[in-house]
Design a protein around this ligand. Structure first.
Ligand code: SF4
Length: 290
């Protein structure tokens, strides 16, 4: 079967590469365990690989046990709020900050807007670590997830919006249209990450030219979920984390399949999926009753 991969934006983005390299390097310093403030990136197989290198999330049990003075903790790529940094320092950790620089820039914009007197709203997922960390840098910023929430907002003198870096551009544009009506002075400072935008564009182009799409990435990866969303209107789309989730029968009757991958998907997982798909004879006849 022919496999067409998203040509440029599939697999580790710049921010994930940077965080990953820092974690791997830290694992080579001889410390038995390197702690993470949370999932370094949203990809379970990648997190398993880090665990095999001795890099794992800090747990409540670790904290209860104490004795963390001088140990290393890595702040996740999605960022952490100021309290998490202060807490790590108070416990005596050596802190490695793996926050993606694009996320750090968004955090700074949020603070600046608030200092300029704006009510800051962050469009993103309420439980996503990036949105939560960004809002934590403001005194009274808040996250909104839906247009309905935006419509229900009161009128502000000064209102500004920013966006979680991995949301869908079209969703954010719809939100901006509503927020414009909610303030005397409205400022749109949403900055969706360029990698995310290009990956979404490539996924749409690919999905429009193949019979089926496979999107490889973490189930909890926001940018991967958006790739699935933009592909689905164009062709049947599967979201998988690893090749083990695929069967030959899933591709019955197909000759050309597209492959997109999230920003935190390892190259080895992508390569395994491509090998699996390329080994399937083109246009396997559909199973009776399938
Ligand atoms: S998707 Fe963009 S914002 Fe998120 S880690 Fe990658 S480069 Fe940074």
């Amino acid at each position: 079967m022919q496999v067409r991969r998203a040509p440029t934006y599939s697999g580790f983005c710049g921010g994930v590469k940077r965080a990953w390299n820092r974690a791997v390097k830290a694992s080579q310093t001889g410390e038995e365990t390197i702690y993470l403030s949370g999932k370094l990136i949203h990809n379970t197989p990648a997190m398993r690989e880090l665990a095999s290198l001795g890099v794992r999330e800090l747990s409540g049990a670790d904290i209860a046990e104490g004795n963390l003075e001088g140990r290393t903790i890595i702040m996740r790529a999605h960022g952490e709020g100021p309290v998490a940094f202060a807490d790590a320092e108070a416990r005596g950790f050596k802190v490695i900050d793996a926050t993606c620089p694009i996320v750090t820039a968004v955090q700074k914009i949020a603070v600046q807007l608030e200092n300029d007197g704006y009510q800051v709203v962050i469009f993103g997922h309420r439980n996503h670590p990036e949105a939560r960390a960004t809002v934590a840098y403001t005194d009274h910023g808040f996250i909104i997830e839906t247009l309905e929430e935006a419509q229900a907002l009161p009128h502000y003198a000064k209102l500004a919006s920013i966006a979680q870096t991995t949301v869908l551009q079209a969703d954010y544009a719809d939100l901006v249209a509503v927020l414009r009506t909610k303030a005397d002075h409205y400022e749109d400072r949403g900055r969706i990450c360029g990698w995310t935008l290009h990956a979404q564009d490539e996924a749409v182009a690919l999905a429009s030219s193949v019979e089926m799409m496979v999107v490889v990435g973490g189930r909890d990866s926001s940018n991967t979920i958006q790739l699935v969303r933009v592909s689905e209107p164009h062709c049947p789309t599967l979201h998988i984390e690893t090749v083990d989730e695929l069967t030959v029968e899933m591709f019955a009757g197909r000759s050309v399949v597209g492959l997109a991958a999230g920003a935190s998907t390892r190259e080895s997982d992508i390569a395994a999926v491509i090998s699996f798909l390329e080994a399937i004879p083109a246009a396997v006849p559909a199973l009776a009753g399938a």
